[in-house]
Design a protein around this ligand. Sequence first.
Ligand SMILES: NC(=O)c1ccc[n+]([C@@H]2O[C@H](COP(=O)([O-])OP(=O)(O)OC[C@H]3O[C@@H](n4cnc5c(N)ncnc54)[C@H](O)[C@@H]3O)[C@@H](O)[C@H]2O)c1
Length: 261
Amino acid sequence: MKIGLIGNGAIAKLVTQFCAERPDRFSVIGAIGLPSDTVSVGKHLIVQSWPELRALGPDLVVECAGHGAVKAYGAKVLDDGIDLVIVSTGSLADAALWAEVKAAAERSTAQLKLPAGALPGVDALSAGKLAGLTKVTLKSSKPPKAWTGTPAEKSHDLAAITAPTVIFSGNAREAALAFPKNANVAATAALAGLGFEQTTITLVADPGVTQNVHHLEAEGVFGKLILEINANPSPDNPKTSHMAALSIMRVLENEATAIVI
Ligand SMILES: NC(=O)c1ccc[n+]([C@@H]2O[C@H](COP(=O)([O-])OP(=O)(O)OC[C@H]3O[C@@H](n4cnc5c(N)ncnc54)[C@H](O)[C@@H]3O)[C@@H](O)[C@H]2O)c1
């Protein structure tokens, strides 16, 4: 299977390594990057546009770049009939972008695949939804300095936080739009479960944690779910959980194997 990437960072590197270790099944044939991406994370070429990547003949494209990349390339990839994995799910909290990408997926022969990313329990949420969910809440706790560069920096003195402090409370749409680099999991919970308005998100700056801790609770006809992940950062980007790249690898595995789980 020929894989095209959008992005040339921490996730792209891990996915590239995964594919390189399985040359009988996968080959990364190129990546779209920014002009600043001068050195490839693998042996593949970096290009600057979708027509250039499409010309290399990908069977499936993995977006691991950021919200701007989903906007720039999401619908184009699907419109050209090529399966697309979007890991920057927070971008889909933008109602206009979601409408555009969803419409492209619906009119295309290709599929839009949304991986679990760093969120546990996506299978249970989307299965539970079939009988009806009544409540989905997610609390994401990160060390105070992980919230640098977010609106929390303006509302709180992050360096002075000595106890767990709620820096945001609201729905998944508000969380994903206000914290684009930190709330992809909130968007994934919304997309898998009750939608952006009905999913309750709490973001916490916690000096007592060293990992990204996502605590998910859901209730519905199926019963009650309580899950927590203490996610290690990926080796090359402390803001990105290693699990995000692993979840993409799982999607690729399931594309190329006889038994899907
Ligand atoms: N779903 C999840 O749980 C989850 C978890 C972590 C990260 N993410 C998403 O994955 C993205 C990538 O994570 P990462 O750790 O690899 O980030 P990174 O910063 O290490 O790498 C991002 C790469 O994308 C490139 N890029 C950025 N904008 C681009 C654009 N418009 N077009 C082409 N290339 C572009 C950058 O130059 C860089 O090479 C994050 O921005 C985030 O949105 C999702």
